[in-house]
Design a protein. Sequence first.
Lengths: 611, 644
Amino acid sequence: MKKTLLLYSLLLVFVKLNAQRVFDLSIDIPRGFSPNEVVIPESPLSLQVLFIGGVDMVETVPTYGNPSTSVPAKESHDFIGFTPDETDESLGWVSVNHEMIFADDHIGDGGGMTSFRVKRNQDGTLEILDQTLNDGRTGKFFNVDFVNTVGETGMNCGGINSPDGRIWTAEEWLRTSNPSIYGGGLSIRDTNDFVINSDIQEWNNVTLKKYQNFNWMVEVDPKQAKAIRKQYNWGRQAFEGGAINDNAQFVWLGVDATPCFFGMFVAQVPGDFTRGTLFVYKHDKPGYNWVPIWEDGAMLNHRDYAIAKGATMFNRIEWVTMDPITTDIYFSETGRDNPGFLWSNENEAGAQHHPYHLQRAKDLGLESPNDFNYTDYYGRIWKYDVRADKVEVYLEGGPYYDVSPTEGAYPENHLSNPDGLNTILIGGKSFLVIQEDLIGTSHGRMPAGISNRMCEMYLLDLSIQEPSLNDLIRIGIVPRGAEITGARQTPDGKSLLVNAQHPSSLNPFPYNHSLTFAIHGLDKLSANDLRSEIKFRKQNELEDAQEFYLYPNPATRIVHFKNIRDVALYNAQGQRILVKRKTKSLNISSLDPGIYYVQNEKGENIKLVIQ
Amino acid sequence: MSKFFLAILSALTIGLLTNQSTAVKEQEPLINITRNYHDALTNFELQIDSLVAIANSDNQDNSKVLSIREELKKTRLAFKETEMLFNYFDPYGIGKQINGAPLSKIEPKVSEINVLEPKGLQILDELIFSEDAFNEMDKIILLCHSLKQAFSQMKKHQLTIIINHRQVFEASREELNRLFTLGLTGFDTPGSQHAIAEAIVSLKSVQFAMEQYYPLIEDKGNRAISFNLYGLFEIGKEMLEKAENFNSFDRFSFLNKVVNPLYQQIRKAHLDLGIETIDETPLKQSAINYEAENLFDQNYLNPNFYSNLNLNEQTLAKRAALGKLLFFDPVLSKDNKMSCASCHDPARAFTDGLEKSISNNGEKKLKRNAPTLINAVYAEKYFYDLRESTFERQVKHVVLDHDEFDTDFKQIALKLKGSKTYTDLFKAAFEEDKKYELSSWSISNAISAYVSSLNSFNSTFDQYMRYEIPSIDPAVKKGFNLFMGKAGCGTCHFAPTFSGLIPPLYEESESEVLGVPESLEDQSIIDSDKGRYSNKLPTDVADIFLHSFKTTTVRNVELTGPYMHNGIFQNLEEVLDFYNAGGGAGRGMELKNQTLPESPLNLTAMEQADIITFMKSLTDNPFKDDIPESLPAFENNNALNNRY
């Protein structure tokens, strides 16, 4: 009796464990099998390093009494802007944010930005051009001058790239006093009052405390490498990102804080952002779902006014982007582990929770998102449907707890803390580029047993109405371990410019630095290829595919299996070099060209030829 | 037809049976371990419920404190049964919600400063076993509820994890490290000091996991491994069970006779079974070399994980050799007088013997004491104030500082170009990156390659722990036991680096507020240096970091006096005196955020002397005479050739 019971229970768990094989240390290749052969052609994508922080030299203007010179650029690259060249002398100007705070005699204190001009070469690579600017600076990389134009900036995170190539940098660094920006003389050394010189009428000649001159959206001119204006009329907020519509009249604004509010600025005259009306989103407002913020003093205390007007609260909005085809707006809400304490007072003071968060709280068995125990580990992507005038969740992060992934399944179907967000066109179809920035590794954000952060970059086909995590296409070619941000497509559609923000030892120089690099060959991808990969994956969820079959995607450098497998990878000599368990895919981007064998838990083999 | 069908069927069945019977045997350990883990999780959940029930009870007198103490002990033991796998699978979730250190932290990755108060079993242990427990009851109740809510969420996730063999072996070795470095030191139980009983539970959980593999090990014909494992677990349990109390437990022998041998044997079993190791998996990059057989192996930690250099041996050697020349070359400074070695003298384990180092013009004291560079690479963040998180960028701080090199990389590169030897060496060392051959990066990279090579775990103590020498001074043993036990040193100076690098993952560096005085005359006045608070990182401008400094290593401490960030203590006796009194607050300093307990340690003079003897057994400076014979010549600038 006991024995039967034991056997029975063994079988039960056995099914769940799905037979894990201890793979042989080496296999004898010639004997006994004639495996299927899968040939993976060379990737159409290639990488090119453009700009390395802390190493490449930038040209500066006279600053703080120091002469014009060249010094190593600042680091921590984040947002990338691209301003197309209307002449055919070049492709255009690239501008890169530096998300940091550092006192620098030449570049200027605080954060910063670097710009450079690129040309497309015959061989498909980009060339950084020598330039002489109007202020006499000559070189390749230029420090965008804030100090002598609009005042220092801090923590330049995300930004806005309008469809016509205008660039704004977002100052995320929310400060509340002069001592808090002074940082013992190492952050912002000049804390004198700041007198504004601006083309925004009501702000010209206004005097601010120095700390109040931080946390604005700031327009820059990447061609002349200098700032144009701080958008005092968009409110003082912990800005992270934004998007501008085609005729340059609507601006949507993302703010990284808990709580934060989804903002909109509408210019009176297209293209002129010195005059217009600022709004915040309020989901339960009859008519237009927006309320104007306009009172005297409201721009300096935007948050208080938004709360008083009952605006809708979000949990750390990051980047905002527009689908060029539908003109709908998408933004990432990166999430925060325990937001309860952080928005409960604001809720009591009038600000509203979005029904989505209210429902989430209920699903967690809590009364409200204000609860001390309310958690939001993974974040999500929201969509603002411009025509319906409604903000709704487009793709929820995760998956959550009881369907959380195992180590092997992790990378292809888990979305944690989306941050950078942009749209790109492949074969005339728009795709969302989602870049993670993990705020923690607990609760399944990294596979069990893996503690170091790894941030993924995904593509998502925007023609999908109700996407699931299975619609995400992971880009395997990105250097492992590098936190990727910035993603900006060049106007000729051929390249994606990205930043590796944090150094990681998983990669050789220079990918272990803050740097800007290009992924070339986007024009060689087809939207259909990318979609067929998803189709393949979805098909196999339905059928119980027993056969060992492999679907290679040469573009993303990932091979997919029909169902969840334990696999071992052997080299041409038959030595075991890699084991991955409970997986549906294998990233082959770091493998040298050659012959490999993939064996599954049943001992079946496939020969893999990587060209 | 039917015969044929039957034949096929039976062939299939037999085939299936034989396949399955080997497969089932290979699965059996995982089935049992998974079931046991799930039971332990359920048991922990029930135990949390009982804890919450007692916390909720209306009882208003002191008996509630007594009963909640008993219940917390049980809850902690129930947690310990899950810990090996639970902590392995979700270390940072546990750190935040279940069993993290009772210290406030700053929320990462947000633009404002948000202080996260500690939650979970450790802070509960501290509060419930404090004299003030009765008055803290509201806070205790809130924390118990939070524990329940957090665990109910985390449990769901844990139940879905499909455990594999590799993870069991890694988790087992990790738990051995944890039970020694965090458990038996009392780190885990700041209030109750219930460490020994908890260690028994931890050790048994490792034993259970390994026992499941004995049949497979025997099948491989390696009975010796299972016997060794069996024997070592038995010895370990006996040593713990016979321990009289927290202070008297012989940690030295336990490490030497149980922890390290088990650490070695478990890996042996792992490899012998042909199970893949972490190095064969695509995702993880670990600070620990899985190959290491001993917590005190020379290669226990992987310098690359910290240095970010990631170079093959040949390139590393070339760059380190070049970096060594640069390190000793005053040409790097503006007036060609100061080199890295001016403050980091190899004869003194790369310190200078001064309270605070002297500026480039010889007239000014720099802000802080020069720390040793030996094993400096093993840290999450660098400098006393933890202001730099990238190993390679440390050089920049020295180059730009007006009181140190007072120059910039452009000037240095210009000067170095005037030496054929240097340009050739740069060319050879950076041949793959021609564009940046002589740049801020290559200069920093070469110096970093050299500094990252200044590693050594080869002191008398290390050698004894690796069974390379037959005996050691009994005072070392006594001193180690005090260091890791009664004196509490090991709860901040973690083994094996004996610095603030936190086991068992070794991914984070701690800083501590000690209340180091400004002068010896009046030790109630704190040194004016604000430490981490003033390191210019926006996220560190928080009161919890006021006067907080990096926990430096005690390795080579014999050579690196005077001590503390301001060099206030001239000898180790003064240092021990300071800690024995409970740091600054213990000596009457007004200091709210001291992280060192302010109660005296009650160490006798003999005990203090033993601790010092132990620390001196960590002296290990193989680099003391390893200096360049000459520095490269400058062809076109003769003045530079007289620079040393």
